[in-house]
Design a protein. Structure first.
Length: 213
């Protein structure tokens, strides 16, 4: 919760990696967290209008759209929304669960597993074998984030697991940041954030157990 220190770090990252799409997405989020709503608004407008030369946000499009709509829903009275496309202003939030994963090394190999209340599961893998094109895109465009939206979720307990798929004893350790939202964008929104060292996830570990009512 040292948000001011985090802002300084994210600003420094944006200076070091000015061509990375994620630099600006993270900066917009930390501006909002610190109550710097005008700075966040300006950055979001630059992103959605492709005003940042040489940066490709296409692979973060839906993620940023959801986060900008949430920002406007929560802070509309504090910023100038003239000229903002109506899609961002009229979004209705009926997302039961939103989960965002971020990782610090595009060459990281891992598997995410989502288990619904009926014990059926969905897997999403991130490996050089299965995702060669995507990983090259992450390197080229500077992003390492994926979003999972669970709409009309079955009531009951949802389980989220993470497993490392290779030896992660690199010079620079790999970390995964897990952020889970319930009632996303609403006044009763709840958020859980965890940062996990990937080498500790072999065998797989359970990140969270969320109850959807």
């Amino acid at each position: 919760n040292e948000l001011e220190k985090a802002k300084i770090i994210y600003q420094r990252i944006a200076c070091l990696k000015p061509k990375d799409a994620q630099s600006y997405r993270n900066l917009a989020l930390i501006y909002e967290a610190n109550g710097n709503y005008h700075e966040a608004m300006k950055l979001y407008v630059d992103i959605i209008n492709n005003n940042i030369v040489g940066v490709d946000f296409s692979n973060l499009g839906s993620i940023i759209a959801n986060e900008f709509s949430r920002f406007l829903n929560r802070h509309r009275g504090k910023v100038d929304t003239s000229g903002i496309p109506s899609d961002y202003l009229t979004s209705t939030f009926n997302i039961d669960i939103r989960v965002v994963f971020e990782w610090n090394d595009p060459l990281s190999e891992f598997e995410l597993q989502f288990v619904n209340p009926q014990k059926k599961f969905f897997k999403w893998t991130h490996t050089t074998f299965d995702n060669k094109t995507r990983i090259q895109s992450e390197i080229d465009k500077g992003y390492s984030t994926e979003e999972f939206i669970i709409d009309d979720a079955d009531p009951g307990e949802w389980i989220f697991n993470l497993e490392s798929l290779k030896d992660e004893n690199h010079k620079n350790p790999t970390y995964v940041k897990y952020t889970a939202y319930t009632n996303y964008g609403l006044s009763n929104e709840n958020k859980t954030v965890r940062v996990i060292k990937l080498e500790d996830c072999n065998p797989k570990v359970t990140l969270d157990e969320l109850v959807n009512n």
